[in-house]
Design a protein. Sequence first.
Lengths: 112, 113
Amino acid sequence: DVKVTQSSRYLVKRTGEKVFLECVQDMDHENMFWYRQDPGLGLRLIYFSYDVKMKEKGDIPEGYSVSREKKERFSLILESASTNQTSMYLCASSEVSGNIQYFGAGTRLSVL
Amino acid sequence: QKEVEQNSGPLSVPEGAIASLNCTYSDRGSQSFFWYRQYSGKSPELIMSIYSNGDKEDGRFTAQLNKASQYVSLLIRDSQPSDSATYLCAVVRLIGSNYKLTFGKGTLLTVNP
């Protein structure tokens, strides 16, 4: 079974803090993704990566950055957290581009 | 027109009935189609994939694809209360040199005992 692990289920941070969300997959997938999910807005793609050290902006990259130093790990960084970044963050991976994505359990981030 | 559209619901059906969930998409070049189920507070999990016109059955689930009409649907037979969840339609498009998976906002299904 594919396993995508997100480091935290719940996080509470203060405005202005630097926040790291970590995601690890164990299936040697090339592609990894970060989404946020908000009520009424659905899943929105923040960043994705098709290879190590490679990243591309998704639909809502503002206020976020990412890092992929190793194939299995994809990190989402909030340089200076703001209250409008309070959300559910979901990491996903896929073997090939455009194929089935497998999701981690999600991190519910609250920025106070 | 939105890329992937779903009726947000809620769709309410009695236990044992057939639940029908619909999804339309705007890009005629879309190639692969997926249905995910998401329980409240949980992450999406894949339940069906379909790539060619027609029906694909897996247990109580049937996915239907009509590329000419640009819609994909999911039928759930003998609905159970445990099927109560949000169902996300996802469509793969080729954008430039990359394939992109686009999700609908989901339809909330409630199965009443």
